[in-house]
Design a protein around this ligand. Structure first.
Ligand code: ADP
Length: 481
């Protein structure tokens, strides 16, 4: 408003100056030029120039004010959620600018909204990816095989506790470390080199399976190692996954099975060969008199019994190990079982002039157990005591109660067991080398006895021995309530 007034004032003043100038020129036209006329003319020109300067100054100021007014209006609109722009500006000259600005701001606003939605989506995806990453880590950590994941710089991305244990590195501070630094033992360094090699040549081979032998806590372990390249959706190499499967135990079991089959075949062949040989002698009429024939019949019978015992032992051991053994536990008296076992083994003891001294208590001790199995165990122990005691020796039987347990002890004055053999006594088919000529045996009796006492009846085997002095074999069982 003030700008318009200023403009009108200046125009009026300009017009007045021009009118005065024109009137003056008409008045002095045709008159000779005098100094007075010249001075008045000059004053008129100066006055007109001053008015023109004033007009220009007012116009410049007016333009500056006008510009500031528009900027204020825009700023006001932006600060107050565009109400000023939403309403059409009062000055018609500002409308096109404000409209353009409003469109621009509208498009910026919608872009900002879109970006906000995109940001929220990305946050959700990030949270999902993080949850998936944690889930994958939990799964990798749960794998019993050792797992190592390396990137395209051969630096560790992920490892599980099994891997940290195998290669003895600190799992918490291993990420992003060069794999060659983590796998630094000579045997493990070969694996680190293979990982690098697969990474470098991944286009040719994407998977390799290699066997490694690594020492863990002083024991040599055999690992079957699978190295696989990870290629992403864009055919880009992302890393190498290395899985180490410890085959040591499997190898041991496989060897045990092979040994077992070869032992069983060997043990079966021995009595079978005897039976076959004596039967052939009888068929060929080599036994000419009744005494020889009877002797051959007895040998065949004894070997057949041995064969049958051996097969029974093998079957019982395998039934117990596979959990297929039928167990019939009831309250039984150990005194009776010992008595019966002594009756059965006495003829053998008598042949060797071995005295069986019964020192069992007259009090009857009962245990909750399978009678046949406990009888089998007691029989094995007393038979061994007689077998590994030279003629003229003694075998003492004791039955006593210690705290909540009943203890059966069979002490002989036999050859005893060398200390180095003690830890092998209960292994299948183990026989002390020095005893092999003393008596026939299969090396299964003590293994079966221990399985019966410890696995089935939750008791404990007892062995004390001294070479040349004798041995005490026995077991303890929880006393029946
Ligand atoms: P075997 O059929 O050979 O007797 P066992 O499993 O009963 O098989 O015994 C394993 C080995 O333990 C025997 O071969 C023997 O060397 C040793 N052994 C067992 N009992 C005695 C004992 N009382 N005295 C000395 N050695 C024994």
């Amino acid at each position: 408003m003030r700008a318009a007034q200023t403009r009108i004032t200046i125009l009026l003043m300009g017009g007045s100056c021009l009118a005065v100038g024109a009137a003056y020129w008409l008045a002095v036209r045709g008159q000779p030029l005098s100094p007075f006329i010249l001075v008045r003319g000059a004053l008129l020109v100066i006055g007109t120039a001053l008015v023109a300067m004033l007009a220009i100054t007012a116009l410049v100021r007016d333009a500056a004010r006008y510009r500031r007014l528009i900027l204020d209006q825009i700023q006001h609109s932006l600060m107050n959620d565009l109400p000023g722009i939403a309403a059409p500006p009062k000055d018609p000259n500002a409308r096109p600018i404000v409209n353009t600005l409003r469109e621009r701001i509208d498009s910026l606003q919608s872009r900002a909204d879109q970006l906000q939605i995109q940001k929220k989506n990305l946050e959700i995806q990030l949270r999902l990816a993080d949850a998936q990453r944690r889930q994958s880590l939990i799964m990798i950590n749960g794998i019993s095989d050792a797992v190592l994941v390396t990137d395209s710089f051969d630096e560790l991305l992920v490892a599980n506790p099994a891997a940290a244990e195998v290669f003895a590195f600190d799992l918490a501070h291993s990420t992003k470390k060069p794999i060659a630094q983590l796998l630094d033992s000579p045997a493990a360094a070969k694996l680190a080199a293979d990982i690098s090699d697969l990474r470098a040549n991944h286009t040719r081979t994407n998977r390799r399976t290699v066997d490694y032998q690594l020492e863990i806590e002083g024991l040599l372990h055999t690992f079957s190692v699978t190295l696989s390249c990870v290629i992403d959706n864009h055919d880009q190499f992302s890393g190498v996954v290395t899985v180490l499967h410890d085959r040591t135990r499997e190898n041991e079991i496989s060897k045990m099975k092979t040994d077992f089959v070869s032992h069983v075949s060997h043990e079966l062949r021995t009595p079978l060969s005897s039976i076959k040989a004596y039967a052939e002698l009888l068929v060929d009429g080599e036994a000419t008199d009744d005494k020889t024939r009877s002797e051959f019949y007895h040998i065949i019978q004894a070997e057949a019994d041995r064969l049958s015992r051996l097969i029974d032992n093998i079957l019982n051991i395998s039934r117990i190990e596979s959990g297929m053994m039928r167990v019939n536990k009831k309250s039984i008296s150990l005194n009776e079982i010992l008595k019966q076992a002594v009756e059965v083994t006495s003829p053998g003891a008598k042949e060797k002039n071995i005295a069986i001294i019964d020192q069992t208590s007259p009090i009857f001790f009962h245990v909750q157990a399978d009678r046949d199995m406990i009888y089998q165990s007691v029989l094995n122990i007393i038979s061994n005591a007689i077998k590994y005691t030279p003629a003229g020796g003694t075998v003492r039987l004791a039955l006593e109660v210690r705290e909540e347990e009943v203890v059966v002890l069979v002490t002989d004055s036999g050859v005893g067991i060398p200390p180095e053999a003690m830890k092998h006594l209960f292994e299948k088919f183990y026989r002390v080398e020095q005893h092999k000529n003393m008596a026939k045996g299969s090396g299964l009796g003590l293994n079966l006895t221990r399985q019966i006492i410890e696995s089935i009846h939750k008791g404990k085997m007892i062995v004390i021995s001294e070479v040349g002095k004798g041995s005490t074999f026995g077991f303890s069982l929880p006393i029946a309530a």
